[in-house]
Design a protein around this ligand. Structure first.
Ligand code: 6GU
Length: 227
């Protein structure tokens, strides 16, 4: 999979060199390129924003550098992803969809946004999705893009070593994941639930299912059929 990220803060993405993402890059599974939007400006101050038409607080990102950047980086088969608190909610099912794609391009803008005509222009020419991580506001799209890159790339075959570890985790089965334990069997007086020590795989599966349900009921009742 090829991933291009256009941002005014390329250094945000230095951390993608470590961990599983870094390994996937080294192994050639993930071709991830980070671009500085200011490379597509032409004035002495490398200006990327301006005051909003109609007034209001904050600055809006100018369309021209984005147009030049995206004309260069987008391919015919790319999906353009624009992180925005005004986007559709990013979910595990969207991560699964995006993991099937060959090319993702992220346009990271500041939170007041990019001139709307950029999204309009590329929506008329290809696939564009505005995506939000949740109902809170970040300063820009960079942290959101990083979350999406991690959620999507770990679903690309070969990025995560054991594919079974992708199956049981939270949100894949519609419920939150059950709690996990490792040695020692007693830690600071807290015991590992005895069913997990017994080797009865049917009983363990039933216990884990109950725990998933109880957790989901307590923390995320919105995920249950009843709402
Ligand atoms: Cl994708 N961007 C910004 N700026 N804020 C957010 C967000 C995205 N998702 C939640 N808050």
């Amino acid at each position: 999979m090829r991933v291009d990220i256009v941002t005014i803060f390329p250094a945000f993405f230095d951390v993608l060199d470590v961990s599983l993402i870094g390994k996937a890059r080294d192994r050639g599974i993930l071709d991830l390129r980070v671009h500085d939007l200011r490379e597509w400006t032409h004035d002495r101050h490398r200006t990327v924003d301006d005051t909003p038409y109609g007034g209001g607080a904050g600055m809006v990102m100018k369309p021209e550098p984005w147009g030049e950047a995206l004309d260069e980086v987008l391919t015919d088969d790319a999906v353009l992803l624009v992180p925005s608190p005004a986007g559709e909610l990013f979910t595990q099912s969207m991560a699964r969809e995006l993991a099937q794609e060959s090319h993702l391009v992220f346009a990271c803008g500041r939170y007041e946004g990019i001139d709307q005509r950029v999204v309009d222009h590329y929506s008329a020419r290809g696939r564009v999705r505005l995506i939000s991580l949740g109902d809170y506001v970040l300063n820009g799209g960079e942290v959101a893009a990083m979350a999406v890159v991690e959620a999507v790339s770990r679903l690309v075959p070969g990025v995560v070593g054991n594919p079974q570890s992708l199956v049981e985790e939270s949100h894949e089965g519609g419920l939150l994941e059950y709690p996990s334990y490792t040695k020692p069997a007693v830690w600071r007086g807290h015991e590992v639930p005895s069913v997990l020590l017994g080797g009865n795989h049917g009983a363990i599966a039933a216990w884990r299912r109950e725990q998933s349900l109880a957790r989901t009921r307590a923390l995320r009742p919105d995920l249950l059929p009843e709402g």
